[in-house]
Design a protein around this ligand. Structure first.
Ligand SMILES: [Fe+2]
Length: 263
């Protein structure tokens, strides 16, 4: 099984540039073109939040129109720039979104299961995850009875050493306490930080995917303020092989020259 992952697309209603300067629509088009060119074709698309910059129904409709030509199911979660109710409305036709409450859900992808967590605290840059949601997470991991599972959420629940840890998920320790009870959690996928990183956490691998558009400057010194750069965007591929388990590949967005071809 092959899963493609993108995150932090930050689309605006009508596809206008985010912040007046970042053409997030064109960047998403380029990421989708990179995925469309893959062989083998991915079985599903995972999207780790901040789909929208402005939280409008129009931005979600544009996202759905943009990814539809891939012809594969797309599983989304909200980020801090998203708005829960327009998102619920826009993605309702796909059938996996709960009708009320947080947008937490479990989906059977075939060889893998997906558990998606809603860490959105509307109006705040940081994330939260309630005690009730932790109970839901434990119950759903328990129901999967050892099936290999991908957990996806927007706000990293783990420390990264970057200044952005100030706005990660404030209930990350509680999420980790649940996850570490289950050996079938293959990976925890996050977004929000707009740059790729990996670490061990809660007895599993934890990972942040690059944004399809703008990236946050690497700041391990915790300087005042922050800087945004147009570093090359990446998508991620999660490749599940029954015999050997999960491999994760970071793939730069674009078309690149082949400078040598062997036999
Ligand atoms: Fe973002």
């Amino acid at each position: 099984m092959l899963l493609a992952e993108i995150t932090d697309t930050h689309l605006m209603d009508g596809g206008i540039p985010a912040y007046g300067t970042i053409d997030t629509r064109a960047h998403l088009d380029a990421a989708i073109a990179t995925i469309a060119a893959l062989s083998p074709k991915p079985d599903a698309l995972l999207v780790a939040g901040d789909i929208s910059e402005d939280g409008t129904l129009g931005s979600y409709t544009l996202f759905r129109e943009t990814v539809a030509p891939l012809g594969i199911p797309a599983y989304v979660i909200p980020g801090n720039h998203d708005a829960r109710e327009p998102m619920r409305t826009a993605f309702a036709p796909d059938g996996y979104m709960p009708a009320t409450g947080p947008l937490d859900y479990a989906a059977d992808l075939g060889p893998l299961a997906l558990i998606a967590l809603d860490t959105l605290e509307e109006g705040e840059p940081h994330g939260t995850f309630s005690t009730g949601q932790c109970d839901w997470l434990g119950e759903n991991l328990d129901k999967l009875a050892g099936k290999p599972t991908v957990v996806m959420l927007h706000h990293p629940p783990f420390p990264t050493g970057m200044k952005m840890d100030e706005i990660n998920c404030r209930d990350g320790d509680a999420i980790g306490a649940v996850i570490e009870q289950f050996s079938n959690v293959e990976i925890v996928l996050a977004g929000h930080f707009h740059r790729s990183m990996h670490r061990n956490w809660a007895g599993t691998t934890a990972n942040i995917c690059s944004s399809t558009a703008h990236q946050m400057g690497l700041d391990l010194a915790h300087r005042p303020g922050f800087k945004v750069f147009m570093e090359p965007p990446q998508i991620q591929l999660l490749h599940w092989q029954k015999e050997s388990g999960l491999s994760v590949h970071q793939v730069p967005v674009g078309v690149f020259e082949c400078v040598h071809e062997g036999k």
